[in-house]
Design a protein around this ligand. Structure first.
Ligand code: FE2
Length: 335
């Protein structure tokens, strides 16, 4: 459904004027993503006022489309972005208390750099922090500086993916839904900037000592094992792999695709990082099918300076294409 609306860039996206709210609601049901683009660039006062006045209609559009892009809103800096997102008045989800694997740097209390992994590293499609028990409901991205080449943010409707996958691999989807999954990973003692999964256990767990790390893991229901180099191997409790959404549909809410391809570094083998909740192995053929479907359904957000994207983390996966040149994309998470 709606495949005719998917494209690999923004050319086929529904573009609506920010004042055309009826148009937004009509387009959001079909467009992915939905683009709000005033004909003339707004000032930062006007963009913040617009966000404050339209937060509920944006929320409605997001619920329907899964992703919304704001272009020509006149945002240039991290402070502008911070002000714009604050105007929506949605609760912050802090990176510090998250169990994200990515190394990031805070710019403001709510704004931080997206994954600091090197330019040549692909970050594969994922739902933010779905491999942990605590995850944000929505994500904001802001393009402070687009890359010279590449660096798009691929996004994929996970509900559409699940629907297609259930038709092609029904037993696999039924297993995922019934049994959930567990994730295993090994975290270094100190941040490893060469890896997209390089956040240290000290940072991830906000723990200065091994004892404090163990206390936190026990609270979260993880099992763990220390390695000789002070790296920490952990396994999550059983987490859901399929999520029921507010409208009754379901999404492929898990980290199977990203882990399968992306969780490769000096410490980790992504193909061994996930099992079904009962310890059973994932069906590799079904995983390949999921990956191929995701690729087919993916749209690349080609950043322009000042763009903001708002993504429903329960319905939509995101990633990062490799790039050349300097790319500064900032993020902020909503609880
Ligand atoms: Fe992410």
């Amino acid at each position: 459904r709606c495949l005719q609306h998917l494209s690999r860039d923004l050319r086929l996206m529904a573009v609506i004027a920010p004042t055309d709210l009826a148009g937004a609601n009509a387009a959001a049901a079909e467009a992915f993503p939905l683009l709000y683009a005033p004909a003339q660039t707004m000032g930062t006062d006007a963009s913040a006022a617009w966000a404050s006045a339209h937060r509920s209609s944006v929320q409605t559009a997001l619920a329907q489309s899964g992703a919304v892009v704001f272009r020509n809103f006149g945002l240039a800096s991290d402070a502008d972005f911070d002000r714009f997102i604050q105007a929506f008045d949605w609760p912050n989800f802090t990176y510090a208390e998250s169990l994200s694997n990515a190394v990031r740097r805070n710019r403001t209390e709510r704004v931080f750099t997206a994954n600091e992994a090197p330019p040549e590293v692909s970050i594969y499609l994922h739902h933010e922090m779905a491999q942990t028990p605590i995850y944000p409901s929505r994500l904001f991205f802001f393009c402070e500086q687009p890359a010279e080449r590449g660096g798009a943010t691929p996004i994929c409707r996970s509900d559409w993916l699940l629907e297609r996958l259930a038709a092609l691999a029904p037993a696999f989807v039924a297993d995922c839904a019934a049994k959930g999954v567990r994730y295993s990973q090994t975290m270094p003692a100190d941040d490893d900037l060469a890896s997209g999964q390089g956040r240290s256990w000290r940072s991830t767990l906000s723990a200065e000592s091994k004892a404090a790390a163990e206390t936190k893991l026990a609270q979260l229901g993880y099992s763990w094992q220390w390695q000789t180099d002070d790296a920490l191997s952990v396994t999550t409790p059983v987490l859901p792999a399929v999520r029921e959404l507010a409208d009754g549909s379901r999404s492929f809410f898990n980290q199977l695709i990203a882990a399968f391809f992306g969780w490769q570094d000096a410490r980790n083998d992504g193909r061994k990082a996930i099992t079904l909740g009962d310890g059973g192995a994932l069906d590799i053929d079904a995983m390949q099918t999921a990956v191929a479907l995701a690729e087919e359904l993916t749209v690349d957000l080609q950043w322009q300076q000042g763009d903001v994207a708002l993504v429903d983390n329960y319905r939509v996966m995101h990633g990062r294409r490799p790039f050349e040149g300097e790319r500064r994309v900032l993020a902020s998470l909503v609880a």
